[in-house]
Design a binder for this molecule. Structure first.
Ligand code: PLP
Length: 414
């Protein structure tokens, strides 16, 4: 089949706008009339710098990210190592600045600092497989004694993910001075739950890998936001981090490696070190500029189509509409049931079962879908069922085709 014959609903990597890929195929051969392809040019060339600036500017406009150099500003960083790399980067960084702040407060008294470090906590909201993994990485790096699971959705739902419990049930670290970070995953790709609004918490850090650029974000509420590009933004290979100047030098000191080692705390690799990457405008080491270019083109398309304020609001309307079309079909028939609770259903990853999770029925559903060019609908291997990923590059026409198929399948016409 050709590209026009199929619609792909995979969870990531995910579709990109065809127009962007067509242009990409040209710039791979010859970028900006230079005779050299985009993957062949230096990441320190003027062309590469212009690409970087264009993508950063696109993201700033779309999400209304404060630009100032002062403490209220945010840096946009491009890193490698994926969302998983950031699970580690977050721990290294937030622990380091917490220790540096404490050390300063205590005037360099290391015995007292050692006592204070015992109280340090990394608060994690565990609402699905990805926040669980992030919390496990924190325990591996910093020690389980420093990780506080503020909420674990499985406790509220027969041992399975699929809900986000009310904040009344949360147990954040009582002493916010001891809280090095509060971590949450805005959209759980495997389990199909999405926060309706950013939760509260000291030094808030969000993983937005699977719902980046699908709705406005209260950036100022966060110390940092990160996400892999390969779902809603671009190609696999870069991770974007939006980091508050408040947690970067010179506004916040960093603990030095020697001190962290003495305290038995982790020291991260330099390629994950936010201050180093920020200081070098993401060019500390070789950056895959092609990936940054793709992200910039995708962002430009969103900006060109945008009439809302913030600019991403236009995309949000489309994402919401597409998700509503699919959920209406799922709710309208006994053949389906949506796995997560109604109030926290993801607009990006719709997880459902067919005929009560009957294996043969689900197989038939997938087979029928495939025969119509509707691909990538199998649920994650850890949970089974069906998952439809409704990322930005999935066109309305694809969603309509899938909704029609769902209806026909439910009516037994397939
Ligand atoms: N966070 C979320 C929400 C994800 O969906 C994923 C991957 O699908 C990750 C993190 C891990 O990303 P990566 O595979 O880029 O390390």
């Amino acid at each position: 089949p050709s590209r026009e014959d199929v619609h792909y609903f995979g969870a990531g990597p995910a579709p990109l706008p065809t127009a962007v890929l067509e242009e990409a195929s040209k710039v791979l051969l010859n970028y900006n009339d230079s005779g050299i392809g985009i993957t062949e040019i230096s990441h320190r060339s003027a062309d590469a710098n212009a690409i970087l600036a264009h993508t950063q500017s696109g993201l700033r406009q779309l999400l209304d990210i404060p630009e100032s150099d002062g403490p209220d500003g945010y840096q946009i960083l491009f890193l490698q190592g994926g969302g998983s790399g950031e699970f580690s980067a977050v721990v290294y960084h937030m622990v380091s600045i917490w220790v540096a702040r404490k050390a300063k407060e205590l005037g360099g008294d290391e015995d007292k600092l050692r006592e204070e470090v015992k109280k340090m906590k990394l608060d994690y909201l565990v609402t699905g497989s990805w926040s669980l993994k992030a919390s496990q990485e924190a325990a591996r790096l910093a020690g389980a004694e420093h990780v506080n699971i503020v909420t674990d959705s499985r406790k509220h739902r027969d041992g399975k993910f699929g809900t986000i419990a009310s904040p009344d049930t949360y147990t954040p670290t009582a002493d916010t001075d001891a809280t090095a970070l509060t971590y949450y995953c805005d959209n759980e790709t495997v389990d199909g739950v999405e926060f309706q609004a950013a939760p509260d918490g000291a030094n808030l850090v969000a993983d937005m890998s699977s719902n980046f650029l699908s709705r406005p974000v209260d950036v100022r509420k966060h110390a940092a936001i990160f996400g892999g590009a390969q779902k809603n933004i671009g190609t696999t290979g870069i991770t974007i981090a939006i980091v508050s100047n408040r947690i970067l030098p010179p506004h916040t000191p960093m603990a030095d490696a020697g001190l962290l080692r003495k305290l038995g705390l982790p020291v991260g690799p330099v390629v994950l070190d936010w201050p180093t990457i920020a200081k070098n405008n993401s060019l500390y080491n070789t950056l895959p500029i092609f990936d940054v270019w793709i992200a910039g083109q995708v962002m430009q398309k969103l900006l060109d189509a945008s009439t809302g304020s913030p600019r991403i609001a236009t995309q949000q309307s489309e994402s919401d509409r597409k998700a509503a079309t699919l959920y209406a079909e799922l709710d309208g028939s006994d053949a389906y049931h949506v796995v997560p609770d109604n109030s926290v259903r993801s607009r990006m990853n719709l997880c459902f079962r067919v005929r009560g999770g009957d294996a043969e029925a689900e197989k038939a559903f997938l087979k029928g879908a495939e025969s119509r060019g509707l691909l990538g609908l199998k649920g994650h291997r850890s949970v089974g069922g069906i998952r439809c990923s409704n990322y930005n590059a999935v066109p309305v026409s694809a969603v309509e085709k899938l909704a029609k198929y769902m209806k026909e399948f439910a009516e037994g016409k397939i």
